[in-house]
Structures are given as C-alpha cells and as structure tokens.
Design a protein around this ligand. Structure first.
Ligand code: DLZ
Length: 162
C-alpha cells in the first residue's frame, strides 16, 4: 500500500511484459467518484501505454466499494478477462462503518483472488482523509490506478509462465 516513500505511478517499464492481446476488466465504485474515476482513468492510461488495446478494456461500475466483491466475481466468472482490477475508495467517517467496509471488501477480494482462475487486483484506497485519497489518485504520491494496471500485467505474465 502507499507510503510517503513510494510513488504509486513509478515502475520499471523493462520489467513489464506487453499487454497486447490482453483483456482487462475494471470494476469501480461510484462512492467517492472524484477519486475512483481518477484511479480508473489512471489504470486505463497505463494499460494502453503498455500495449493493451482500448477495445480490450471493459468497465463496470458498482454503487460502493463493498459491491466490488460481487462485481469482480461476475467479471471473473464471465471468463472474458485475463485480469480484473477492482477500484474503490473508502474514507473514514465518524462511525466504525469505515472499518467494516474496509475489512469486508478486503476479505471478499482476497478470497476471490484465492479462488479465481485469473488475478484480481486490489485497487482499494482506505484513507483517513480526502486529502490522503487525492494524494493517491494522481496527486503527490502518484496514482494507485497506474500501480493496479502494472500489477495486472505482471500477474497475467506470472500466470502464463507457470
Ligand atoms: C455506506 C458507505 C460509506 C459510509 N462509506 C463508503 C465509502 O467511503 N466508500 C465506499 O466505496 N462506499 C461507502 N459506503 C457504501 C458501501 O460500500 C456499500 O455500497 C453500502 O454499504 C451498500 O452495500
């Protein structure tokens, strides 16, 4: 996850296999859409920069981060994608709801990732403040969407090499 030391957009392009011919599904949450749209757009831009064709990228939105589990599971089940990226942003409020959504979503995506035939990439920001989220969707710390795109390509390659 993000630290003050790591820019989420930095990667070594020589270590990323071309995404040509790869199909990627992106499911993103509508909650905190200022953030999730920027994450989604960062992921798309980085996938295209690394050879994935625009027509091979499919988006679907779900209401909130908790629904990413179902959305990503449906994308996996369709068999149409080499990897699925799940994008959401949870921002701490006044009640423990934050903790339940973060834990539930994380566990759901982790379980799906363990069972799925294709990699499911964890693009959930869990932030204490809106500023922390802004810093991670194209601000001071880069864009976690870029990181998700590169991770997806690396995991597709990983699976192919096994
Ligand atoms: C209810 C809720 C709250 C309080 N906060 C967020 C949030 O910060 N980010 C997010 O993606 N979703 C939030 N949600 C909505 C839940 O993820 C979910 O959509 C609802 O609980 C309905 O299942």
């Amino acid at each position: 996850m993000a630290t003050e030391l790591k820019n989420l957009s930095s990667y070594d392009p020589t270590k990323v296999a071309s995404g040509k011919g790869r199909r990627v599904g992106i499911v993103y949450a509508e909650w905190n859409d200022e953030i999730t749209y920027a994450l989604r757009d960062g992921a798309v831009k980085t996938l295209i920069e690394n050879g994935v064709e625009e027509r091979d990228i499919t988006f679907a939105s779900v209401p909130g981060s908790f629904e990413l589990i179902f959305g990503a599971a449906q994308m996996v089940k369709s068999g149409n994608y080499d990897a699925v990226i799940a994008i959401g942003c949870v921002i701490r409020g006044d009640t423990p709801h934050f903790d339940y959504i973060c834990q539930g979503t994380t566990q759901g995506l982790a379980e799906l990732n363990r069972q799925a035939e294709v990699p499911v990439i964890y693009g959930l920001l869990t932030c204490n403040t809106m500023q922390q989220a802004l810093d991670r969707c194209g601000g001071a710390l880069g864009n976690k969407g870029d990181e998700c795109a590169i991770t997806a390509l690396k995991m597709i390659q990983f699976r192919q090499e096994l």
